[in-house]
Design a protein around this ligand. Structure first.
Ligand code: ATP
Length: 236
């Protein structure tokens, strides 16, 4: 069997004495869209930070295209083709929309994403391209954060809580863009608090509970009871 695009084996994470992840094993194949769900503090952001090189690990705890990347720096991971849309967006406040997008492109990878394809995906960003990113609404800032990640032409894109704090209508707008993002065979992992939304866009789901995987299932097969149990650690 060919090795998965992303293979996670025995991934631990620590903040000082506190252990946030315990021996996670995961495999993500080419073109899959994986949802990561779990209660506050379950370790979802820590997982995203680990994959994207913001938290270091054993080199072979994370393999991408068969190569160990667990000990690489974030810029090295980005150059291999993994982009993170971070929780809280983390735009450069003093820069314009377009400057923020161009920073994403500095990774220098070739591919379908450019300023013009990002503007096609989110036309409002073209209208606002000269404005300071902080003058945009929360939803528009999230579009900039997604566009910045796409500008790196990643093979794997990690979305960390992209709907957090946004109005339902804006969330719908952002998720409507999802097929245009993952449609070309891009592999994606989506951390999402809204379980229904997470299941709608993904083919497989992992639930984390206190730093461990409490459920792995095909989205089409999973039951409400299984999710409740995996999420809260109790029977519904
Ligand atoms: P949320 O939905 O609240 O973002 P999460 O599932 O993303 O939750 P993490 O942010 O990964 O969870 O946090 C996992 C655990 O690690 C939590 O108990 C959290 O308190 C702890 N933690 C996260 N960041 C730090 C840090 N910088 N220092 C110490 N502990 C941390």
């Amino acid at each position: 069997m060919p090795e998965a695009r992303l293979q996670i084996s025995g991934l631990d994470a620590h903040y000082g004495d506190f252990q946030a992840l315990y021996g996670l094993d995961m495999a993500v194949s080419d073109g899959e869209v994986i949802a990561i769900i779990g209660a506050n503090g379950a370790g979802k952001t820590t997982l995203m930070r680990s994959i994207s090189g913001l938290l270091k690990n054993r080199a072979d705890a994370i393999r991408f295209r068969g190569e160990p990347i667990g000990a690489l720096r974030a810029d090295q991971v980005a150059a291999r083709g993994i982009a993170l849309v971070p929780e809280g967006r983390q735009l450069f406040p003093s820069l314009s929309v377009e400057e923020n997008l161009l920073i994403g492109g500095q990774v220098g990878r070739a591919g379908p994403w450019s300023l013009s394809s990002v503007y096609d995906l989110f036309p409002i960003l073209k209208e606002r391209r000269q404005q300071a990113s902080t003058s945009l609404s929360g939803g528009q800032q999230q579009m900039v954060a997604i566009g910045r990640a796409l500008m790196a032409n990643p093979e794997l894109i990690l979305f960390d809580e992209i709907s957090l704090g946004l109005a339902p209508v804006v969330i719908r707008q952002i998720y409507e863009a999802m097929p245009g993002i993952v449609g070309e065979g891009m592999t994606a992992m989506i951390v999402e608090q809204d379980i229904a939304q997470a299941l709608k866009v993904s083919s497989r789901v992992y639930c984390l509970q206190e730093g461990r995987i409490s459920l792995e299932a095909a989205t089409g097969d999973v039951t409400h009871d299984q999710i409740t149990k995996a999420y809260f650690g109790m029977d519904a």
